[in-house]
Design a protein around this ligand. Structure first.
Ligand code: SIN
Ligand code: FE
Length: 297
């Protein structure tokens, strides 16, 4: 494992915060937009005794990876047993509100512009993925996030994670190189974009909207990273442990990441328009547009 280009110090910024509604005045926007993981070692999300009963993979619909919730539509998906739905819904609603408070504390400039919130309760052990999934879906391989059926036209994917493991088990990650280096490495190997196939995929319903050139490159990069075993083993990367009772934040479309172990996590996703970033030039969209000298949307 190479740590020469990617040291823990370059990959992570720690912030000592223990309340979701903290009065913290310092924004972490600069570090976050550079692709760093913002690590909050003491930001725990407490569960009631009753909620602790929800920490069991039996509550996840076997057809899904996780339980997910869209708070603005009050839409809950993936709970195996209807009787558990009210408790899961209440937990995910409370988690969403805590995440909003955290955003206004440490990323206040994003508060008015983040949209399309979705959060998830992840109950399966990470080890299960490696056994039961194809390499494309295996998130224990380093990758940047890209949604195959939901093109996002360059919008940023901001994610807040919290380890809620009750048995002391860490969530273990690997974090990779900065996005510009990653893009330089993989761009020359990616398949050409075909507007006709994008049109076809949209027409037959493979995608929910037309896949842009940007979305094509990001998905290709996701696949190229995951399928390159030499890169997985020897590419620049650093291992990071997230203990129970800690939280972390990153732009998962920019920061190469892989989950290597752990079980029980809460996760909140928001989308952010590129032009609402403090420095849009750091976005994968602008980096790729500058490298290809093309407009990609
Ligand atoms: C991922 O976003 O790739 C997975 C992260 C995790 O489950 O820890
Ligand atoms: Fe991911």
């Amino acid at each position: 494992m190479s740590e020469s280009m990617t040291s823990f110090h370059n990959a992570v910024t720690s912030l000592d915060l223990s309340e979701w509604d903290s009065n913290e005045q310092a924004s972490v926007v600069g570090d976050l937009e550079q692709g760093k993981v913002i690590f909050l070692p003491h930001l725990a999300f407490s569960l009631s005794e009753q909620e602790k009963h929800l920490l069991d993979p039996v509550w996840v619909d076997p057809k899904r990876k996780n339980i997910s919730y869209q708070p603005l539509q009050d839409k809950l998906n993936g709970v195996a047993d209807d009787a558990q739905e009210p408790a899961v819904r209440a937990l995910l609603q409370r988690h969403y509100h805590s995440c909003l408070q955290l955003i206004s504390a440490i990323l206040p400039e994003y508060q008015p512009v983040l949209h399309t919130p979705t959060n998830s309760l992840r109950l399966h052990p990470v080890a299960r993925w490696t056994q039961n999934t194809s390499w494309r879906k295996d998130d224990s391989r380093l990758h940047v996030d890209s949604f195959p059926s939901r093109p996002n036209y360059g919008e940023r994917i901001l994610r807040i994670f919290t380890n809620i493991n009750p048995h002391g088990e860490n969530r273990s990650w690997r974090v990779g190189e900065p996005f510009p280096t990653l893009a330089e490495r993989f761009l020359p190997r990616l398949k050409r974009y075909s507007p006709i196939s994008s049109w076809l995929q949209n027409t037959v319903g493979i995608t929910k909207s037309y896949r842009s050139h940007y979305d094509h490159l990001m998905l290709q990069m996701h696949d190229a990273m995951k399928s390159d075993m030499d890169y997985q083993k020897n590419g620049p990367q650093v291992a990071i442990e997230f203990p129970p009772g800690s939280s972390w934040i990153c732009f998962s479309d920019q920061t190469p990441h892989a989950a290597m172990g752990g079980q029980f996590m809460l996760e909140q996703t928001f989308l952010l328009p590129v032009n609402d970033m403090h420095d849009p030039q750091q976005s994968p969209l602008k980096v790729l547009e500058s490298m290809t000298s093309k407009s990609l949307i």
